[in-house]
Design a protein around this ligand. Sequence first.
Ligand code: ZN
Length: 315
Amino acid sequence: MTTSVHGIHHVTCIAGDAQENLNFYVGVMGMRLVKKSVNQDAPDTYHFFYADAAGTPGTDLTFFPWPQMAPGRLGTGLTVEVALAVPAGSLPYWQARLNAHGVVCGEVELRFGESTLPFRDPHGLALALVETSDERPFVPWLQSPVPPEHQVRGMHAVRLWERRLEITEALLTGRMGFTLLGAEGGWQRYGVDGGGSGKLIDLRAMPGERPGTWGTGSVHHVAWRVRDTAEEMALAGTLAGAGLQPTSQIDRFWFKSVYFREPGGTLFELATDGPGFDRDEDKEHLGESLILPPWLEQHRRAIEAALPPLVMPRR
Ligand code: ZN
């Protein structure tokens, strides 16, 4: 049986101060906080999920704010940049907007034919905005400070450094359904389900580099879309057959997850498209209150007392 993922489900990163993270992703990037929860493995820290208005799979960038952590170090076996999709023609708007908020941007560059604006978030996370005309499922957020025609459409691509590119390439193309789309400037680009925005991963061989380390401003893991449990477990079986060590299925309540390290060391996740973020909150009020998975609800009072208070950025 051939197995395949279907693009990026979400990317999870480590931030510094929670309020600064919220101010940037809602107040500047104009993304919707669709879920305010806690790290299920460390419930004294938040877990923020930023996405389009509906939390459509593939639009979701999530953060653990861990201000006490040291900054991460770029290196191999780590995702070194997250590219976000914006509509074609939007980059001048975004350059002006980011500059007005004191964000220093790099030069606009062409990557695989797409105009790309690299910059960093307030805690050092490497981001890029990429113009694309690819059709993607997207629900505009009408309360966003960014008008719908310029809003972030979702995750576009991730970029990883690898000590030995071939072993990760073999996994991507042999087990996860990717094909090599091209090479440019030292990067190899792979796409799944025909490629296109949200279905891309770029690898760069960096044989002399040290392994990267997690810390503030770094990517924690990349989650790949699978349709349902059947597809997830088939893929997990395939990964185990390749000598990797996928976890058993973990219920993240809004989706079901399997984690594994790709052979180069980067933490990957498989995540089901459903049930989705509106499972426990009305669509109109996503992200407004602290949501705990049912098994943590009995500890709500202690969990809330340990979390820093937050002020939602005003439009
Ligand atoms: Zn995840």
